[in-house]
Design a protein around this ligand. Sequence first.
Ligand SMILES: NC(=O)c1ccc[n+]([C@@H]2O[C@H](COP(=O)([O-])OP(=O)(O)OC[C@H]3O[C@@H](n4cnc5c(N)ncnc54)[C@H](O)[C@@H]3O)[C@@H](O)[C@H]2O)c1
Length: 248
Amino acid sequence: MGKLSGKKALVTGGAQGIGAQIALAFAREGADVAVLDLRAAEAGQTVTAIEAAGTKGLAVAGDVGDEAAVQQAVAEVLAAFGQIDILVNNAGIDTTSQVAVMPTALWDDMMRVNLRSVFLCTRAVLPGMIERKWGRIISISSQLAHKGAADMAHYAAAKAGVLGFTRSLAYEVARDGVAVNAICPGPVDTELFRNIPEDWRKRKLAELPIGRAGRVDEIAPAAVLLASDEGSFFIGASMNMNGGDYMI
Ligand SMILES: NC(=O)c1ccc[n+]([C@@H]2O[C@H](COP(=O)([O-])OP(=O)(O)OC[C@H]3O[C@@H](n4cnc5c(N)ncnc54)[C@H](O)[C@@H]3O)[C@@H](O)[C@H]2O)c1
């Protein structure tokens, strides 16, 4: 018996990177896992890995910042799985700009993909969780929500918004058996991190006590813990695996 046997999970942005690793870790613990991502082909590769681990996988193409797309995607998952017990709000983007010259569109896109999406996906799955008196909402924020960073005010603001949302919703639904928590990784070696300008990345890695970026397999275990019954006393928490960059 895995820690998540019989559970049905939805992982956004699970085509690659942190989300793909979380999806696979959930499958290894016995969960059926749906992956919602813009990149349908890569999401299909995650599903192949999920099925190789012995559970059901489902790839759904869609934009997490688009209300209609989220509703349709959740309906597809519900049709295939019957219910959603665990949601991981992981899909995200990163861009850089100083505030003084930041285009409004860059700000708006960040809020849409990294914050609005968390609200839209959570709202779509919450009623079923409340009705069944069991659920897990896990949102991937960032250590920058706490620490901030030059050139990333929009990213840090969205990620801090995720924490405010997480804590507030945790109050609303904890007594309904729904645990709402966040994970705040430091730099992790994924496409998102590799696409940040090199001088920014070098500066960041130089100030990290551990002296290297994290690996996706160093983040996924926290999601498994929060998703499982073993994680039932985590309510409104943010788990900070960040190589020591911000120690709280
Ligand atoms: N890598 C890091 O250093 C790091 C650090 C802290 C937090 N995070 C957060 O972790 C999460 C995962 O990031 P990652 O590093 O694995 O990045 P990644 O770029 O490797 O993966 C992100 C995934 O999200 C998908 N995606 C992006 N926009 C989408 C949209 N509008 N709709 C649906 N899917 C969308 C992408 O297609 C991709 O598959 C993000 O929320 C990111 O902000 C990453």
